[in-house]
Design a protein around this ligand. Structure first.
Ligand SMILES: *Cc1c(COP(=O)(O)O)cnc(C)c1O
Length: 277
């Protein structure tokens, strides 16, 4: 198993003392949050002695690349159900093919039916297939970011500091749900701000509420859950992959000044712009 704990350090001494947690440095398949989640899914796959992975995602999906990479390394077959409408020859898709992933491209409207029939088909062949939701959504993905939250707390305790805010890019909401669950368990009062990269309110926010509930059940009050979720949707532009103004400029600043690679779909939308210029 790959160790998924990652470094935190101060980027720059500016008026806000901004620190960064480098989950992009998780040492597996280019890192990132899908690698952190993927390692926990792999643990569960082994525990359940599954012999075939089925998951869902577009041809640009980081989640599907990481899971296909795990499958290749562990020599377990993988089937990826993917929406036909957004089939594109991306580097992730090329890598997934190299990892030996089998693809079923189908219309978005037929995805859930196709997942069901793929699972049933494998079961009827005597297989024990394991399904992972798109983006690594669900309690295991949430757990990955509860763990991440606890790493942040450990760092704070060691250094004798307390972060007032945590900002991050929010897509399927799993990362945000995990951080929020971590905060609710620790009863911390800081603000966790998810910068949405595609979804608008209230949908994007409601998905996070549901994920937090799914993980914590009735352990926490509805008002605590609601108050802990800050979902900022003013950076989505017209949706997934659509750039916001000046994004290239800020990505360049982060690369030139700090050597930190960001991207236009996720982290570039979420980073601080005010204190770096
Ligand atoms: C998937 C992804 C996100 C968003 O994470 P969610 O848990 O889906 O909200 C952010 N950054 C990168 C690079 C991703 O691949």
């Amino acid at each position: 198993m790959i160790n998924t704990s990652t470094p935190i350090y101060m980027i720059d001494k500016n008026k806000n003392n901004i620190y960064i947690k480098r989950d992009d440095l998780i040492p597996f398949s280019f890192g990132g949050n899908k690698a952190r989640k993927g390692m926990l899914f792999w643990k569960d796959i082994k525990r359940k002695k599954a012999d075939h992975i089925v998951t869902y995602g577009s041809s640009s999906s980081n989640h599907c690349r990481v899971i296909a990479n795990i499958a290749a390394g562990e020599n377990i077959p993988i089937t990826i159900i993917s929406p036909k409408e957004i089939e594109k020859e991306t580097f992730n898709l090329k890598m997934m093919r190299k990892f030996g992933a089998e693809f079923i491209f189908c219309p978005v409207a037929a995805v859930s039916k196709t997942i069901d029939s793929t699972m049933k088909n494998l079961q009827s062949l005597g297989k024990n297939p394991y399904f992972i939701m798109g983006g690594g959504h669900g309690n295991i993905g949430t757990q990955a970011y509860v763990d991440c939250y606890n790493e942040i707390c450990e760092y704070e305790n060691k250094k004798g500091i307390k972060f007032d805010y945590i900002f991050h890019a929010s897509g399927t909401g799993t990362t945000q749900a995990g951080l929020v669950v971590g905060q609710l368990i620790a009863k911390d009062k800081r603000k966790i701000v998810g910068i949405s990269i595609a979804r608008k309110c209230p949908y994007g926010r409601n998905v996070i509420v549901d994920s937090v509930r799914e993980y914590l059940g009735n352990e926490v009050s509805e008002s605590d859950v609601q108050n802990s979720i800050i979902f900022e949707d003013s950076y989505v532009a017209s949706g997934y992959g659509d750039s916001i103004s000046d994004i290239k400029k800020y990505i360049e600043i982060y690369m030139n000044k700090y050597g930190i690679p960001l991207d236009e779909t996720y982290t570039g939308k979420a980073i601080d712009r005010k204190s770096v210029v």
